[in-house]
Design a protein around this ligand. Structure first.
Ligand SMILES: CC(C)(COP(=O)(O)OP(=O)(O)OC[C@H]1O[C@@H](n2cnc3c(N)ncnc32)[C@H](O)[C@@H]1OP(=O)(O)O)[C@@H](O)C(=O)NCCC(=O)NCCS
Length: 413
Protein backbone atom coordinates (compact mmCIF):
# COMPACT_ATOMS: atom_id res chain seq x y z
CA UNK A 1 0.00 0.00 0.00
CA UNK A 2 1.38 3.41 -0.89
CA UNK A 3 1.47 5.90 1.97
CA UNK A 4 2.10 9.49 1.01
CA UNK A 5 4.51 11.20 3.41
CA UNK A 6 5.39 14.85 2.77
CA UNK A 7 5.89 18.23 4.45
CA UNK A 8 2.60 19.26 6.08
CA UNK A 9 0.90 22.07 4.13
CA UNK A 10 -2.34 22.38 6.06
CA UNK A 11 -1.73 23.72 9.57
CA UNK A 12 -5.30 23.07 10.82
CA UNK A 13 -5.24 19.49 9.62
CA UNK A 14 -1.87 18.90 11.28
CA UNK A 15 -3.19 20.39 14.53
CA UNK A 16 -6.43 18.38 14.37
CA UNK A 17 -4.45 15.15 13.97
CA UNK A 18 -2.27 16.01 16.92
CA UNK A 19 -5.30 16.86 19.10
CA UNK A 20 -7.04 13.60 18.17
CA UNK A 21 -4.01 11.40 18.85
CA UNK A 22 -3.05 13.03 22.16
CA UNK A 23 -6.67 13.57 23.34
CA UNK A 24 -6.03 16.34 25.87
CA UNK A 25 -8.30 19.27 26.55
CA UNK A 26 -8.31 21.44 23.43
CA UNK A 27 -7.22 24.97 24.20
CA UNK A 28 -6.57 28.20 22.32
CA UNK A 29 -2.87 27.80 22.96
CA UNK A 30 -2.57 24.45 21.13
CA UNK A 31 -1.77 26.22 17.86
CA UNK A 32 0.93 28.28 19.53
CA UNK A 33 2.42 25.09 20.95
CA UNK A 34 2.77 23.65 17.44
CA UNK A 35 4.20 26.92 16.09
CA UNK A 36 6.83 27.20 18.81
CA UNK A 37 7.42 23.46 19.06
CA UNK A 38 8.15 22.76 15.42
CA UNK A 39 9.62 24.98 12.71
CA UNK A 40 7.21 25.21 9.79
CA UNK A 41 9.43 23.18 7.47
CA UNK A 42 9.82 20.42 10.06
CA UNK A 43 6.17 19.34 10.25
CA UNK A 44 5.34 16.24 8.22
CA UNK A 45 2.12 14.47 7.34
CA UNK A 46 1.30 10.95 6.12
CA UNK A 47 -1.87 9.87 4.34
CA UNK A 48 -3.24 6.45 3.50
CA UNK A 49 -5.14 6.34 0.15
CA UNK A 50 -8.38 5.68 2.06
CA UNK A 51 -7.43 7.75 5.11
CA UNK A 52 -9.40 10.59 6.74
CA UNK A 53 -9.57 13.97 5.02
CA UNK A 54 -10.23 16.26 8.00
CA UNK A 55 -7.09 15.00 9.69
CA UNK A 56 -4.03 13.21 8.39
CA UNK A 57 -3.45 9.47 8.84
CA UNK A 58 -0.30 10.38 10.74
CA UNK A 59 1.98 13.28 11.59
CA UNK A 60 5.48 13.79 12.88
CA UNK A 61 7.86 16.66 13.46
CA UNK A 62 11.53 17.34 13.95
CA UNK A 63 13.06 19.75 16.40
CA UNK A 64 16.46 21.12 15.54
CA UNK A 65 18.47 20.42 18.69
CA UNK A 66 22.05 20.03 19.84
CA UNK A 67 23.49 17.14 21.81
CA UNK A 68 26.78 16.81 23.67
CA UNK A 69 28.87 13.72 23.04
CA UNK A 70 31.63 11.93 24.94
CA UNK A 71 34.69 14.12 24.48
CA UNK A 72 32.67 17.33 24.72
CA UNK A 73 31.62 18.06 21.16
CA UNK A 74 28.12 19.58 20.89
CA UNK A 75 26.55 18.58 17.56
CA UNK A 76 23.29 19.28 15.75
CA UNK A 77 20.79 16.43 15.83
CA UNK A 78 17.27 15.75 14.60
CA UNK A 79 14.94 15.66 17.61
CA UNK A 80 12.08 13.42 16.47
CA UNK A 81 8.80 14.35 18.14
CA UNK A 82 5.03 14.91 17.64
CA UNK A 83 4.70 11.36 16.28
CA UNK A 84 1.07 10.32 16.06
CA UNK A 85 -1.13 8.04 13.98
CA UNK A 86 -4.91 8.45 13.70
CA UNK A 87 -6.55 5.70 15.82
CA UNK A 88 -8.42 4.39 12.73
CA UNK A 89 -5.17 4.08 10.78
CA UNK A 90 -2.95 2.35 13.31
CA UNK A 91 -1.07 -0.84 12.54
CA UNK A 92 -1.23 -0.25 8.79
CA UNK A 93 2.37 0.87 8.39
CA UNK A 94 1.91 4.63 8.77
CA UNK A 95 4.60 4.96 11.43
CA UNK A 96 6.94 2.79 9.38
CA UNK A 97 6.41 5.06 6.37
CA UNK A 98 7.04 8.16 8.50
CA UNK A 99 10.19 6.69 10.05
CA UNK A 100 11.55 5.73 6.63
CA UNK A 101 10.87 9.28 5.48
CA UNK A 102 12.46 10.81 8.58
CA UNK A 103 15.66 8.79 8.32
CA UNK A 104 16.07 9.59 4.60
CA UNK A 105 15.48 13.32 5.19
CA UNK A 106 17.86 13.40 8.16
CA UNK A 107 20.53 11.67 6.09
CA UNK A 108 20.00 14.06 3.19
CA UNK A 109 20.30 17.01 5.58
CA UNK A 110 23.75 15.76 6.61
CA UNK A 111 22.84 15.04 10.22
CA UNK A 112 24.52 12.03 11.82
CA UNK A 113 22.08 11.39 14.65
CA UNK A 114 18.35 11.36 15.39
CA UNK A 115 17.12 11.20 18.97
CA UNK A 116 13.77 10.93 20.72
CA UNK A 117 11.82 10.20 23.88
CA UNK A 118 9.54 7.22 23.40
CA UNK A 119 5.93 7.08 24.62
CA UNK A 120 6.25 3.29 24.89
CA UNK A 121 9.38 1.16 25.14
CA UNK A 122 8.45 -1.26 22.36
CA UNK A 123 8.06 1.19 19.49
CA UNK A 124 11.41 2.49 18.23
CA UNK A 125 13.98 -0.32 18.54
CA UNK A 126 12.76 -1.79 15.24
CA UNK A 127 13.68 1.49 13.51
CA UNK A 128 17.25 1.34 14.81
CA UNK A 129 16.94 3.53 17.92
CA UNK A 130 18.75 2.29 21.01
CA UNK A 131 17.98 3.37 24.55
CA UNK A 132 21.10 5.42 25.19
CA UNK A 133 20.27 7.01 28.55
CA UNK A 134 18.43 5.94 31.66
CA UNK A 135 16.87 8.44 34.00
CA UNK A 136 16.19 8.25 37.73
CA UNK A 137 13.30 9.79 39.61
CA UNK A 138 14.38 10.30 43.19
CA UNK A 139 12.37 11.52 46.17
CA UNK A 140 14.12 13.24 49.03
CA UNK A 141 12.73 14.39 52.36
CA UNK A 142 12.83 17.99 53.59
CA UNK A 143 16.26 18.86 54.93
CA UNK A 144 18.12 15.93 53.37
CA UNK A 145 21.85 16.30 54.06
CA UNK A 146 24.31 16.26 51.17
CA UNK A 147 27.96 15.44 51.88
CA UNK A 148 30.54 16.66 49.35
CA UNK A 149 33.59 18.01 51.22
CA UNK A 150 35.59 18.91 48.13
CA UNK A 151 32.81 21.00 46.64
CA UNK A 152 32.10 23.07 49.74
CA UNK A 153 34.30 26.05 48.90
CA UNK A 154 32.71 26.59 45.50
CA UNK A 155 29.23 25.79 46.80
CA UNK A 156 29.66 28.41 49.54
CA UNK A 157 30.42 31.03 46.88
CA UNK A 158 27.31 30.06 44.88
CA UNK A 159 24.06 31.91 45.41
CA UNK A 160 20.64 30.80 44.19
CA UNK A 161 17.78 33.01 43.03
CA UNK A 162 14.14 32.06 42.46
CA UNK A 163 12.59 33.50 39.29
CA UNK A 164 9.64 32.65 37.02
CA UNK A 165 10.48 30.79 33.81
CA UNK A 166 8.37 33.14 31.68
CA UNK A 167 10.08 36.21 33.19
CA UNK A 168 12.20 38.46 30.97
CA UNK A 169 15.45 36.86 29.85
CA UNK A 170 15.05 33.72 31.99
CA UNK A 171 14.87 31.11 29.24
CA UNK A 172 17.83 32.75 27.46
CA UNK A 173 19.85 32.39 30.67
CA UNK A 174 18.74 28.77 31.08
CA UNK A 175 19.76 27.95 27.53
CA UNK A 176 23.16 29.61 27.94
CA UNK A 177 23.78 27.61 31.14
CA UNK A 178 22.83 24.37 29.43
CA UNK A 179 25.12 25.05 26.47
CA UNK A 180 27.92 25.92 28.91
CA UNK A 181 27.61 22.73 30.93
CA UNK A 182 26.80 20.40 28.00
CA UNK A 183 30.41 19.53 27.04
CA UNK A 184 31.09 18.24 30.57
CA UNK A 185 27.85 16.28 30.64
CA UNK A 186 27.60 14.12 27.50
CA UNK A 187 24.03 13.34 26.57
CA UNK A 188 22.77 16.84 27.33
CA UNK A 189 20.26 17.91 24.68
CA UNK A 190 19.81 21.63 24.17
CA UNK A 191 16.72 22.88 22.39
CA UNK A 192 16.36 25.95 20.18
CA UNK A 193 15.33 29.30 21.71
CA UNK A 194 11.74 28.52 20.61
CA UNK A 195 11.85 25.24 22.51
CA UNK A 196 12.69 27.15 25.68
CA UNK A 197 9.92 29.67 24.98
CA UNK A 198 7.54 26.74 24.64
CA UNK A 199 8.54 25.45 28.08
CA UNK A 200 7.72 28.85 29.54
CA UNK A 201 4.39 29.16 27.71
CA UNK A 202 1.65 28.28 30.18
CA UNK A 203 -1.89 29.29 29.31
CA UNK A 204 -4.28 29.83 32.26
CA UNK A 205 -6.29 26.73 31.39
CA UNK A 206 -3.15 24.62 31.55
CA UNK A 207 -2.19 26.00 34.91
CA UNK A 208 -5.54 25.69 36.71
CA UNK A 209 -4.48 25.33 40.35
CA UNK A 210 -0.76 24.96 39.57
CA UNK A 211 1.87 27.58 40.13
CA UNK A 212 3.80 28.89 37.15
CA UNK A 213 7.05 27.12 36.35
CA UNK A 214 9.79 28.61 38.48
CA UNK A 215 13.53 28.46 37.98
CA UNK A 216 16.32 28.56 40.53
CA UNK A 217 19.37 30.16 38.97
CA UNK A 218 22.78 29.55 40.50
CA UNK A 219 25.37 32.35 40.33
CA UNK A 220 29.05 32.50 41.22
CA UNK A 221 31.60 35.23 40.62
CA UNK A 222 29.00 37.38 38.88
CA UNK A 223 27.81 34.85 36.33
CA UNK A 224 25.20 32.12 35.93
CA UNK A 225 26.63 28.66 36.63
CA UNK A 226 23.50 26.51 36.71
CA UNK A 227 19.75 26.25 37.06
CA UNK A 228 16.91 23.96 37.90
CA UNK A 229 13.22 24.21 36.98
CA UNK A 230 10.63 23.52 39.68
CA UNK A 231 6.98 23.65 40.60
CA UNK A 232 5.53 23.45 44.12
CA UNK A 233 2.24 21.84 45.08
CA UNK A 234 0.43 22.49 48.32
CA UNK A 235 -0.60 19.65 50.56
CA UNK A 236 -1.63 19.71 54.18
CA UNK A 237 -1.65 16.59 56.28
CA UNK A 238 -2.95 16.66 59.84
CA UNK A 239 -2.55 20.44 59.84
CA UNK A 240 1.10 20.17 58.86
CA UNK A 241 2.47 21.50 55.57
CA UNK A 242 3.67 18.58 53.45
CA UNK A 243 3.76 19.83 49.87
CA UNK A 244 5.78 18.33 47.05
CA UNK A 245 8.22 20.24 44.92
CA UNK A 246 8.82 18.67 41.53
CA UNK A 247 12.23 19.44 40.13
CA UNK A 248 13.36 19.06 36.52
CA UNK A 249 16.87 18.61 35.22
CA UNK A 250 19.70 19.86 37.41
CA UNK A 251 22.09 21.77 35.20
CA UNK A 252 25.48 23.27 35.93
CA UNK A 253 28.88 22.44 37.36
CA UNK A 254 29.06 20.10 40.39
CA UNK A 255 29.17 22.87 43.01
CA UNK A 256 26.23 24.66 41.36
CA UNK A 257 24.25 21.43 41.40
CA UNK A 258 25.08 20.96 45.07
CA UNK A 259 23.92 24.48 45.95
CA UNK A 260 20.73 24.00 43.91
CA UNK A 261 20.04 20.56 45.39
CA UNK A 262 20.39 21.94 48.91
CA UNK A 263 17.99 24.74 48.15
CA UNK A 264 15.29 22.49 46.66
CA UNK A 265 15.21 20.24 49.72
CA UNK A 266 14.74 23.26 51.95
CA UNK A 267 11.72 25.10 50.59
CA UNK A 268 9.11 26.32 53.04
CA UNK A 269 5.80 24.41 53.20
CA UNK A 270 7.28 21.47 51.28
CA UNK A 271 7.74 17.98 52.73
CA UNK A 272 9.03 16.07 49.71
CA UNK A 273 11.32 16.99 46.84
CA UNK A 274 10.92 14.92 43.70
CA UNK A 275 13.93 15.14 41.38
CA UNK A 276 12.50 13.92 38.12
CA UNK A 277 15.48 13.67 35.85
CA UNK A 278 18.78 12.46 37.29
CA UNK A 279 21.35 10.37 35.48
CA UNK A 280 22.14 6.95 36.95
CA UNK A 281 25.55 8.21 38.11
CA UNK A 282 24.26 11.57 39.31
CA UNK A 283 26.23 12.91 42.27
CA UNK A 284 23.00 13.36 44.26
CA UNK A 285 23.10 9.63 44.95
CA UNK A 286 26.67 9.86 46.26
CA UNK A 287 25.82 12.93 48.34
CA UNK A 288 23.05 11.06 50.20
CA UNK A 289 24.99 7.80 50.65
CA UNK A 290 23.27 5.72 47.96
CA UNK A 291 19.73 4.63 47.07
CA UNK A 292 18.58 4.11 50.69
CA UNK A 293 19.48 7.71 51.42
CA UNK A 294 16.52 8.62 49.21
CA UNK A 295 12.81 8.30 49.99
CA UNK A 296 12.27 6.38 46.77
CA UNK A 297 14.03 5.78 43.51
CA UNK A 298 12.58 4.69 40.19
CA UNK A 299 14.12 4.39 36.77
CA UNK A 300 13.08 4.42 33.14
CA UNK A 301 14.37 5.18 29.66
CA UNK A 302 15.29 8.75 28.74
CA UNK A 303 16.94 9.50 25.39
CA UNK A 304 16.85 7.03 22.49
CA UNK A 305 19.59 7.51 19.91
CA UNK A 306 19.67 6.49 16.25
CA UNK A 307 22.89 6.60 14.24
CA UNK A 308 21.63 7.87 10.90
CA UNK A 309 25.07 8.13 9.34
CA UNK A 310 27.29 5.58 11.02
CA UNK A 311 30.68 6.71 9.69
CA UNK A 312 30.02 10.35 10.49
CA UNK A 313 28.57 9.64 13.93
CA UNK A 314 31.42 7.31 14.82
CA UNK A 315 34.00 10.04 14.20
CA UNK A 316 32.20 12.75 16.21
CA UNK A 317 32.69 11.36 19.73
CA UNK A 318 35.79 10.23 21.59
CA UNK A 319 36.47 6.79 23.08
CA UNK A 320 37.95 5.77 26.41
CA UNK A 321 39.66 2.62 25.16
CA UNK A 322 41.14 1.37 21.89
CA UNK A 323 39.33 -1.15 19.72
CA UNK A 324 39.55 -2.65 16.27
CA UNK A 325 36.59 -4.80 15.29
CA UNK A 326 34.83 -5.76 12.09
CA UNK A 327 31.07 -5.53 12.40
CA UNK A 328 28.38 -6.90 10.11
CA UNK A 329 25.74 -4.24 10.65
CA UNK A 330 22.05 -4.85 10.07
CA UNK A 331 20.10 -1.69 9.27
CA UNK A 332 16.75 -2.18 7.57
CA UNK A 333 15.65 1.45 7.64
CA UNK A 334 18.92 3.18 6.71
CA UNK A 335 20.31 0.81 4.07
CA UNK A 336 23.28 3.12 3.44
CA UNK A 337 24.58 2.03 6.89
CA UNK A 338 24.09 -1.69 6.38
CA UNK A 339 26.98 -4.07 5.68
CA UNK A 340 30.48 -4.63 6.92
CA UNK A 341 32.41 -1.96 8.80
CA UNK A 342 35.73 -1.79 10.52
CA UNK A 343 35.15 0.20 13.72
CA UNK A 344 38.46 1.37 15.09
CA UNK A 345 39.33 3.62 18.02
CA UNK A 346 42.84 4.69 18.82
CA UNK A 347 44.02 7.33 21.26
CA UNK A 348 40.43 8.45 21.73
CA UNK A 349 39.67 8.96 18.04
CA UNK A 350 37.26 6.72 16.13
CA UNK A 351 37.09 5.82 12.46
CA UNK A 352 34.50 3.67 10.68
CA UNK A 353 35.53 2.36 7.27
CA UNK A 354 34.06 -0.14 4.83
CA UNK A 355 35.85 -3.49 4.71
CA UNK A 356 35.62 -6.98 3.16
CA UNK A 357 37.42 -8.64 6.09
CA UNK A 358 35.56 -11.39 7.93
CA UNK A 359 33.17 -10.07 10.58
CA UNK A 360 34.06 -10.31 14.28
CA UNK A 361 30.51 -9.39 15.28
CA UNK A 362 27.00 -9.23 13.85
CA UNK A 363 24.66 -6.71 15.36
CA UNK A 364 21.77 -4.36 14.70
CA UNK A 365 22.37 -0.62 14.47
CA UNK A 366 20.29 0.04 17.63
CA UNK A 367 23.11 -1.50 19.71
CA UNK A 368 25.51 1.21 18.55
CA UNK A 369 22.88 3.87 19.25
CA UNK A 370 22.44 2.53 22.79
CA UNK A 371 26.18 2.81 23.45
CA UNK A 372 26.77 6.05 21.58
CA UNK A 373 26.59 8.38 24.58
CA UNK A 374 28.64 6.08 26.82
CA UNK A 375 26.01 3.86 28.46
CA UNK A 376 27.40 0.34 29.05
CA UNK A 377 26.22 -2.13 26.41
CA UNK A 378 28.42 -5.07 27.50
CA UNK A 379 25.48 -7.13 28.77
CA UNK A 380 23.90 -7.45 25.33
CA UNK A 381 26.14 -10.37 24.42
CA UNK A 382 24.89 -12.34 27.40
CA UNK A 383 21.39 -11.23 26.59
CA UNK A 384 21.74 -12.84 23.16
CA UNK A 385 21.21 -9.58 21.30
CA UNK A 386 24.52 -9.62 19.43
CA UNK A 387 26.47 -12.40 17.81
CA UNK A 388 30.21 -12.74 18.36
CA UNK A 389 32.38 -14.56 15.78
CA UNK A 390 35.75 -13.69 17.37
CA UNK A 391 35.81 -14.23 21.15
CA UNK A 392 36.44 -10.97 22.98
CA UNK A 393 35.51 -8.72 20.07
CA UNK A 394 32.28 -7.48 21.65
CA UNK A 395 33.97 -6.70 24.97
CA UNK A 396 36.53 -4.67 23.01
CA UNK A 397 33.79 -2.65 21.32
CA UNK A 398 31.71 -2.19 24.49
CA UNK A 399 34.73 -1.04 26.54
CA UNK A 400 35.71 1.53 23.94
CA UNK A 401 32.21 2.99 23.77
CA UNK A 402 31.50 3.06 27.51
CA UNK A 403 32.29 6.24 29.45
CA UNK A 404 33.46 6.59 33.04
CA UNK A 405 30.21 8.28 34.06
CA UNK A 406 26.81 7.35 32.61
CA UNK A 407 25.33 9.90 30.17
CA UNK A 408 23.07 12.75 31.18
CA UNK A 409 19.33 12.31 30.67
CA UNK A 410 17.59 14.93 28.55
CA UNK A 411 14.51 17.00 29.21
CA UNK A 412 11.53 15.39 27.44
CA UNK A 413 10.93 16.81 23.97
C1 LIG B 1 2.77 4.28 18.24
C2 LIG B 1 2.11 4.60 16.91
C3 LIG B 1 2.76 5.85 16.33
C4 LIG B 1 2.33 3.41 15.97
O1 LIG B 1 1.90 3.76 14.66
P1 LIG B 1 1.38 2.64 13.61
O2 LIG B 1 1.13 3.36 12.32
O3 LIG B 1 0.29 1.86 14.19
O4 LIG B 1 2.67 1.74 13.45
P2 LIG B 1 2.93 0.74 12.19
O5 LIG B 1 1.65 0.23 11.65
O6 LIG B 1 3.87 1.39 11.23
O7 LIG B 1 3.66 -0.42 12.98
C5 LIG B 1 4.97 -0.82 12.74
C6 LIG B 1 5.31 -1.95 13.67
O8 LIG B 1 5.43 -1.46 15.02
C7 LIG B 1 4.57 -2.18 15.88
N1 LIG B 1 4.06 -1.27 16.88
C8 LIG B 1 3.51 -0.07 16.65
N2 LIG B 1 3.18 0.51 17.81
C9 LIG B 1 3.54 -0.33 18.79
C10 LIG B 1 3.43 -0.30 20.21
N3 LIG B 1 2.89 0.75 20.85
N4 LIG B 1 3.92 -1.35 20.90
C11 LIG B 1 4.46 -2.40 20.27
N5 LIG B 1 4.58 -2.48 18.92
C12 LIG B 1 4.12 -1.47 18.20
C13 LIG B 1 3.50 -2.73 14.98
O9 LIG B 1 2.88 -3.87 15.52
C14 LIG B 1 4.27 -3.05 13.72
O10 LIG B 1 4.98 -4.26 13.91
P3 LIG B 1 5.36 -5.21 12.65
O11 LIG B 1 6.27 -4.38 11.76
O12 LIG B 1 6.08 -6.35 13.30
O13 LIG B 1 4.07 -5.55 12.01
C15 LIG B 1 0.58 4.82 17.05
O14 LIG B 1 0.01 3.69 17.65
C16 LIG B 1 0.22 6.06 17.85
O15 LIG B 1 0.09 7.13 17.28
N6 LIG B 1 0.05 5.93 19.19
C17 LIG B 1 -0.34 7.05 20.04
C18 LIG B 1 0.70 8.17 20.07
C19 LIG B 1 2.11 7.68 20.34
O16 LIG B 1 2.36 6.88 21.21
N7 LIG B 1 3.07 8.21 19.56
C20 LIG B 1 4.48 7.92 19.73
C21 LIG B 1 5.12 9.13 20.34
S1 LIG B 1 6.77 8.83 20.85
Amino acid sequence: MSIDVRPAQDFDRFLATDQLVWFGEETDSDAEHVRLGLPEDQRFAADLPDGPTDTHSGVYGVRPMEMSLPGGRVVPIAGLTWVGVHPDCRRRGVLTAMMTDHLARTHDAGLAVSALHASEAAIYGRYGYGNAVLTLQVELGRGTTFTAPHLEDDAARTTTHLVTMSGPGVTERMRACQLGSAPDHPGTIVGSPDYFSLMALEAPEQLRDKERRRVLLARRDGRDVGFVGLRREHKWSKARPSGTVTVGTLCGDPAARLALARRVVDLDLMGTTRLENLGVDDPVLDWVGGPRGTGSLETWDSTWVRLVDLAHAWSLRTYEDDCDVVVELADRFAPWNAGRWRLACSGGTGTATRTDSPADLSLDVDVLGAGYLGRGIGSRLRAGLVQEHRPGAYAELARAMRTLVAPEPSIGF
